[in-house]
Write a protein that binds this ligand. Structure first.
Ligand code: SAH
Length: 637
């Protein structure tokens, strides 16, 4: 759904990685096509005639246009096509050298700012985003509900957004849907939140109220030129219980729903879905309406429905279908599934029967409001390794995954290390050091709910980190392998970063052993130390020592001296690639004399590892030098 457009071979070369990663189709003129190597990864389209014609077609078809062209040329090309920021696609401009990614238009609703940030991470380019909300670390008000699948309702969005841009006092009143976004506003935010009542203006408010935003299932009517601009989001919290006679038309059901909502001032945008009895699972009018509006159709058995206490049970209905209520019971049951267990939900609208003079059939509608909104989205879990600590040691793909995420979850220290990569409006949850299992569960809860969640670990996410815990938890929950979707983004592990800082110690067979016996019995760890020492592996020790756990490293050293010469080189690397990095080169006999802590990786050389010019060097080959022309370690004795 993205098109990447350029007119030069150099531009095409810059865009090819973008096209492969997004993915996007590459559009080039006939003159450029021959210069391009055929590549299996991307689709290339050759346009003929003026570029303006191609852009006019792409404008209405694509979610985003990425140009590698002069900004001026792009402005001229898109100027005749600009209509409305609600509908215009994202337009991003890249320079040929790949230094800048500029969000030109469609920044908010078009997703241009987000696309720009993603491209900047992919290309290691500077993102140029000039929208004012971006720099004050605020979500665009017109994007606020996007992660939660809220429907953007009516209102004077332009004036509301401009009040926010002016940093005027804006009141947000929320009585439905998740409030999780509220926890992620900057401390000095100027929103005034109310739940669910209209809060009085703060006494210290220096300026009058300049805008109001409602987050609610209620449909409010705003006067077009009202003095106070207002706008409304509708979280999808309403479950409509529907009963109907066999063969009732889609139009009559739609009309019944519209009338029920209108009479009770409820927004159709707040509809989560339809609930009914399983006998109606193939009711054509109902099924078609759900498909058309993208509403889920929840079908319950008569047995399940008859357990629900409703205001208007009917003996006639019970006789016909085996439950005294369909519409009311189904609405409540569906809403309960999206609410805290045991909560006492009431119907917002008790059952109403609709008929239309000229049409056969009848429809019963009841409405219940759930506590949690239905997002209508399939969640995603990105298991992201953020490397040893500095931002330039993170892969562009990992950066892009973090920028894309609706929510970022990780240990507090690691979240702080990647804070510059975070985006306004993201849900960011820093956690204490332990509680890994709870972290995994929280990430899965958010993903099951429909969010795109990045779980971050330092180093590699799959090495003594969160990836395994997330998979284990998913497995325990009976995950089907598809929902949520999952991607693992590798990072540079501590053993690689530590090795890189001290030379080339991992040039031959090596292993990693964690000395933490929190999750592994100590005898197992000791056995692995014995085996690795005896087999002459280069060894990287993770989690070598904590404040409470101090003996393990001493036992490890005793094992090592039994198998290695006392002068075998050892590197003690603390906080690699972080501002407080500290490195000590020592040997097996003296390794306990240096400071070792939980931020340290200890690398122990094998019997061929040399210390030369301040570097640990482990020879590469198995054969003795000269045997086959290669250099190498002595064969194991
Ligand atoms: N997933 C991480 C490992 C987490 S276990 C990875 O792949 O690197 C935590 C241990 O990793 C620490 O106790 C320490 O032994 C090591 N470690 C993590 N970051 C480090 C760094 N910057 N420098 C040295 N060791 C580090």
């Amino acid at each position: 759904m993205f098109a990447a457009i350029t007119t030069t071979p150099a531009g095409a070369r810059s865009l090819i990685p973008v096209c492969a990663a997004l993915p996007a189709t590459l559009w080039v003129p006939q003159s450029v096509a021959p210069a391009l190597e055929p590549t299996a990864d991307i689709t290339i389209q050759v346009y003929s005639g003026p570029l303006q014609n191609t852009i006019t077609t792409l404008w209405n078809e694509q979610a985003g246009l990425i140009f590698c062209l002069a900004t001026g040329a792009v402005v001229r090309l898109i100027a005749p096509l600009l209509q409305d920021k609600q509908t215009d696609p994202a337009v991003v401009v890249l320079d040929e050298a790949g230094q800048f990614a500029i969000s030109l238009c469609g920044g908010h609703q078009g997703g241009g700012d987000r696309l720009t940030q993603r491209l900047s991470h992919l290309l290691n380019a500077q993102a140029v985003i000039t929208g004012s909300a971006h720099h004050r670390y605020l979500p665009g008000i017109d994007l606020l509900g996007q992660p939660f699948g809220w429907t953007k309702g009516s209102g004077d969005w332009t004036r509301v957004a401009s009040a926010i841009a002016r940093q005027a006092l804006v009141q947000v009143i929320q009585d439905a849907g998740s409030a999780v976004w509220q926890q992620h506003l900057p401390a000095d935010h100027f929103f005034q939140l109310g739940w669910p009542d209209v809060p009085p203006l703060p006494a210290e408010a220096s300026s009058p109220l300049q805008a109001r935003v409602w987050i609610s299932a209620i449909q409010r009517q705003f006067a077009p030129e009202a003095e106070l601009p207002k706008a409304q989001w509708h979280p999808r919290v309403l479950w409509l219980g529907i009963g109907c006679e066999r063969g009732t038309s889609q139009a009559l059901i739609a009309q019944a729903i519209a009338t029920a909502c209108q009479t009770h001032h409820l927004a159709q945008g707040a509809i989560a879905g339809i609930a009914t009895i399983d006998l109606k699972a193939d009711e054509i009018g109902l099924v078609q309406l759900c498909q058309e509006r993208q509403w889920p159709l929840r079908c319950f058995t008569a047995a399940a429905l008859s357990k629900i206490i409703v205001p208007h049970p009917s003996a006639v209905v019970e006789k016909a279908v085996g439950t005294p209520s369909v519409a009311e019971a189904a609405a409540l049951l569906a809403a309960q599934q999206h609410s805290e267990a045991g909560s006492d939900l009431q119907l917002s609208v008790t059952k109403q029967v609709f008929r239309a003079a000229a049409q056969p059939g009848a429809v019963t509608v009841a409405i219940a409001q759930a506590q949690q909104e239905y997002t209508g989205r399939i969640g995603h879990l990105a298991l992201v390794g953020t490397g040893p600590g500095s931002l330039d040691q993170i892969t562009p793909a990992a950066k892009a995954a973090i920028a894309q995420a609706d929510a970022v979850i990780g240990y507090r220290l690691y979240v702080d290390l990647i804070r510059p990569l975070l985006r306004p409006g993201q849900i960011v949850e820093p956690w204490p050091i332990t509680q890994e299992r709870q972290r995994a569960e929280r990430a899965i809860t958010l993903a099951n709910w429909g969010l795109n969640v990045a779980v971050i670990s330092s180093g590699d996410c799959g090495i003594y980190a969160m990836a395994g815990l997330v998979f284990e938890t998913l497995q325990a929950q009976g995950w089907d392998g598809q929902t949520p979707t999952i991607a693992t983004l590798p990072g540079i592990s501590a053993l690689q970063s530590a090795a890189a800082r001290v030379g080339a110690p991992l040039m031959h067979d090596f292993c990693a052993i964690s000395l933490s016996d929190l999750l592994t019995p100590w005898p197992v760890i000791e056995k692995r130390l014995q085996a690795a020492a005896a087999a002459d592996f280069v060894i990287a020790l993770y989690n070598p020592k904590s404040q409470k756990r101090t003996e393990q490293i001493a036992i490890a050293q005793q094992i090592l001296v039994q198998h290695r010469a006392p002068d075998t080189p050892v590197a003690i690397v603390q906080s690699a690639y972080r501002p407080d990095e500290n490195i000590v080169l020592t040997d097996v006999a003296h390794m306990l004399e240096s400071a070792i802590d939980m931020l340290t990786t200890v690398i122990i050389g094998n019997r061929s590892t040399q210390l030369y010019a301040g570097k640990l060097i482990t020879p590469r080959g198995y054969a003795t030098q000269g045997a086959n022309g290669s250099t190498g370690a002595e064969p194991l004795a």
